[in-house]
Ligand binder design. Structure first.
Ligand SMILES: Nc1ncnc2c1ncn2[C@@H]1O[C@H](COP(=O)(O)OP(=O)(O)OP(=O)(O)O)[C@@H](O)[C@H]1O
Ligand SMILES: [Mg+2]
Length: 152
């Protein structure tokens, strides 16, 4: 039933908790997982905008920030992939740049074979008063697929 899972992660504690459920779903027939991370465009601008960088244009500096974020995210995705492969699941990783909820919904809409989305209720911000983070809220609201929300 839940053969192919989309697992979006921001590498937060809550996302890590969700990963444990992804592994457990093997017992429910899951054989394949797409591990998905979006480098938030707005974070790139926040970092580059907060620094006055002499000798480089803002664009050049943004590219540098992006490339550092991509390297770090790539390493984290590889570690998650290894864990899932060890757990006996066919795993692919995808890394894109954009607005997280939009990119998650884009892959959700274009890949028709996805049977379930597993997402954390919260992410890096983890604001105490919020019932859900803004990314999980939009994904739950807009996706047509079943969504498993793992609480923090
Ligand atoms: N950049 C991202 N790439 C992939 N998945 C993400 C990303 N950001 C969030 N997610 C997914 O959405 C879940 C909820 O995170 P969300 O960002 O909604 O919460 P938050 O960080 O606490 O709040 P907010 O971002 O609204 O300040 C995460 O556990 C993760 O599964
Ligand atoms: Mg967030």
């Amino acid at each position: 039933m839940f053969t192919r899972i989309l697992y979006p992660t921001d590498f937060s504690d809550c996302s890590e908790k969700a990963l444990e459920y992804v592994k457990k779903l093997k017992e429910a027939g899951t054989s394949e997982v797409i591990v998905f991370h979006v480098i938030d465009e707005r974070d790139i601008r926040t970092v580059s905008g907060s620094i006055v960088w002499l000798g480089e244009t803002a664009e050049e500096y943004e590219e540098q920030v992006f490339s550092e974020m991509a390297t770090s995210a790539g390493e984290q995705l590889s570690a998650i992939k290894e864990e899932l492969v060890d757990a006996g699941m066919k795993t692919s990783v995808r890394l894109v740049r954009g607005i997280p909820f939009k990119e998650i919904l884009r892959i959700d809409e274009t890949d028709e074979d996805i049977s379930l989305i597993v997402i954390g209720s919260h992410g890096k911000s983890n604001v105490k008063e919020m019932l859900l983070g803004s990314v999980s809220e939009k994904v739950i609201r807009k996706s047509k697929r079943p969504v498993l929300v793992v609480k923090r």
